[in-house]
Design a protein around this ligand. Structure first.
Ligand code: GDP
Length: 466
């Protein structure tokens, strides 16, 4: 049965999913395998002269569709009995690859700190071809803009939809008070959109634009953090994963880099800024892994160098910056933390950044919204109760999680109304029915009502509600 299920699955797979890279596609059971999926060490069939496909070692074990990716495909396991669920990770892996991945990265910090150059260096793209730079006069009154660039990149059959959110104009104006606000609003808007889509009908095709990580660029020329840096990070640390970056590290000597990093880490601590925390590694991890993890944590803020040009260094063409006194190589870990940052962002922590966004930042936002919506309903109910007492309104539904006192009062009032209705001489019967109709029509959440409930500005309403 397992075998036939697999065969069915594979048939539809090969027809419906033509783009899945072959190395991730389980081989069709019973057919000859292509070179990459066959296991060269397995014995060849003795009975069929031209059949070069490997046969399972154990005759009782159906041939696995996972070929060399089959977790049971070793000599030791051949005679044991298994249900087969160790292939579950393969199935998840395969589905995710088919679906593709997405990641939204925000870059923030004063202009000229090398944000665009670093993004191009990180993802080997040229995302800023059409960028228009403003002159000093234009920048005096400039407000912070939010721009979005999306690129689809593919490597070894794995697709990544990368969105870069940039914040041109941040810190550029003469007065930069609250210039972090539009960035915070943007992040909230993405949460709000997701919250609405999630509560809507078409949940299957939700476009997730939530910001998963914010690289915050710190100037190498100051003495640690500037007030604007502190303000920005404090305003955003509960909305997004902040990863601090020490920009243009080639302008500093190694000793200066070291001192600046310590100072910035101390200030982050001192001001209570909660930057993205790398998850602790398990105690049973090997020493190498623990060492790498320690180094990664010590690298904060990542001292980076960016470059859009390829230069020749020691006979090799590398991304770097050419100076009269030598070359700085972007990908040389003796020169900067670029590789560490890229590995962290792409190879090791991309999924964790997404998980923290979903489980912590978005959850906080969502809980806040629901709380505000509940408060609004209570407020509305209290208002209606008052109107009803003056003889013109109708009963309200019970909303879970609202204050006990209010709940009790409303129930008592509803009871009174019901009691009055049941009296044979009640002459309000018609009116009450009429009121109920009016109520349900009135309480179909209108577009504006539900929008209002999910909008962050509604926070202001919350405290006066009860
Ligand atoms: P953005 O405004 O933050 O996006 O900064 P840009 O990426 O446009 O870079 C501003 C200037 O700094 C350009 O002249 C870049 O060539 C230069 N630049 C970018 N990265 C570095 C770096 O790592 N070191 C040095 N020394 N200059 C850099």
């Amino acid at each position: 049965m397992i075998n036939s299920n697999n065969e069915l699955y594979l048939t539809s797979e090969s027809e419906d999913r033509p783009h899945t890279p072959s190395y991730l596609r389980p081989p069709v059971a019973g057919r000859a395998q292509s070179g990459s999926c066959s296991e060269p060490s397995l014995p060849q069939s003795r009975s069929v002269e031209f059949d070069l496909s490997p046969v399972p070692i154990s005759p009782t074990r159906p041939k696995s569709p996972w070929g060399r990716f089959d977790p049971y495909n070793n000599n030791e396991d051949q005679d044991k009995e298994y249900v087969g669920f160790a292939t579950l990770p393969n199935q998840v892996h395969r589905k995710s690859v088919k679906k593709g991945f997405d990641f939204t990265l925000m870059v923030a910090g004063e202009s000229g700190l090398g944000k665009s150059t670093l993004v191009n260096s990180l993802f080997l793209t040229d995302l800023y071809k059409d960028r228009k730079l403003l002159n000093a006069e234009e920048r005096i009154t400039q407000t912070v803009e939010i721009t979005k660039h999306t690129v689809d990149i593919e490597e070894k059959g794995v697709k990544l939809k990368l969105t870069i959110v940039d914040t041109p104009g941040f810190g550029d104006a003469v007065n930069n008070t609250e210039c972090w606000k539009s960035v915070a609003d943007y992040i909230d808007q993405q949460f709000e959109q997701y919250f609405r889509d999630e509560s809507g009908l078409n949940r299957k095709n939700i476009q997730d634009n939530r910001v998963h990580c914010c690289l915050y660029f710190i100037s190498p020329f100051g003495h640690g953090l500037r007030p604007l840096d502190v303000e920005f990070m404090k305003a955003l640390h509960e909305k997004v994963n902040i990863v601090p970056i020490l920009a243009k590290a080639d302008t500093l000597t190694p000793t200066e880099v070291k001192k600046k990093k310590i100072k910035i880490r101390e200030e982050i601590e001192q001001y209570g800024i909660k930057i993205y925390q790398f998850p602790d590694c398990d105690s049973d991890e090997d020493e190498d892994f623990k060492q790498q993890d320690h180094q990664l944590k010590e690298s904060i803020p990542f001292a980076v160098i960016g470059s859009n040009t390829v230069v020749e260094a020691k006979g090799k063409r590398v991304r770097g910056r050419l100076y009269p006194w030598g070359i700085v190589e972007v990908e040389n870990s003796a020169h900067c933390d670029f590789v560490k940052l890229r590995n962290m962002l792409v190879r090791t922590h991309m999924q964790d950044l997404k998980d923290v966004t979903r489980e912590t930042h978005y959850e906080n936002y969502r809980a806040h919204c629901i709380q505000n919506m509940t408060r609004m309903v209570v407020k509305e109910r209290n208002r209606n109760k008052l109107t009803r007492e003056s003889g013109t309104d109708f009963p309200l539904p019970v909303v879970p999680g609202v204050g006990d006192e209010t709940e009790k009062l409303i129930r008592e009032k509803d009871e009174e109304v019901r009691h009055a209705d049941q009296q044979p001489d009640s002459h309000h019967h018609y009116d009450h029915e009429h009121e109920s109709e009016h109520y349900s029509a009135h309480h179909e959440p209108s577009e504006s009502e539900s929008n209002a409930g999910t909008h962050t500005d509604q926070r202001d309403l919350s405290d006066e509600a009860l």
